[in-house]
Ligand binder design. Sequence first.
Ligand code: GLU
Ligand code: ZN
Length: 278
Amino acid sequence: MIVTRFAPSPNGPLHWGHAYSAIVAHDRARESGGRFLLRIEDIDGPRSKPELADEFRRDLAWLGLEWDEVPAQGTRLASYEAALETLDSLGVLYPCTCTRAEIAAAATRTGAEGPIYPGTCKHREVPPGTPAALRLDLDKALAITGPLTWQDAIAGTQAIDPAPLGDPVLRRKDLPASYHLAVTLDDAADGVTLVTRGLDLFHASPIHRLLQALLGLAVPQWHHHPLLLDEERRKLAKRRGSPAIADYRERGEDGRAWAEKLRTAQWPCGISIGKAHI
Ligand code: GLU
Ligand code: ZN
């Protein structure tokens, strides 16, 4: 029995890529007689627009999906704090005061999310009270856990290679947790056995696997599905004008019929599926 989830961030309307992701997750859960969860990832402070969560629910219902909703991230801050204390007691965290610009200037390598953090603050004293993010020291963490693998339903067995990662932020300067920490803890707390999401987050899963090992959490499987792409084969994004599915819903189009089209690889106009040229 699979427990999986759709975990949208309410910082912009859902587009066809989100709809596809939700359908893949929903159908994987249903095929196994399992559960499909909706979790609103609203930790992103000022970028989060609470009213969008209701729009998301309307969109999913329009697509003919049924879900169980679990608490939004904003209600789980104490668990993030507790996990950071555990990690700190393992000695695998360090404060980082770098700005984006400093990292860009100091980095010598680029990864999936831009410049790879070169470890500037790893050996730097940060005066108490200075606003700082907390980063996970990957070398120290992997020295504790030893080599780790994870299973992707499409890509198969994956081993953690720290080289393209850089020490990830677990608590941001401005927020009590980062995406990596929150999503790992929430998936464990929600009993998720299959993490379903787009290939754009494939690079994040080794970090989550490592956190599971450090924090003694159950290890799920992953299913990273291909992305829906625009005419220029870039992943869909609201900021690039990808249409919101709410527009189709509000025009009175048949959402269940659209969902069936996505299931049978009939993509909306101008959209294709595959590997993105980011
Ligand atoms: N909240 C993330 C997003 O909207 C997805 C997180 C995940 O599925 O792991 O991109
Ligand atoms: Zn730093």
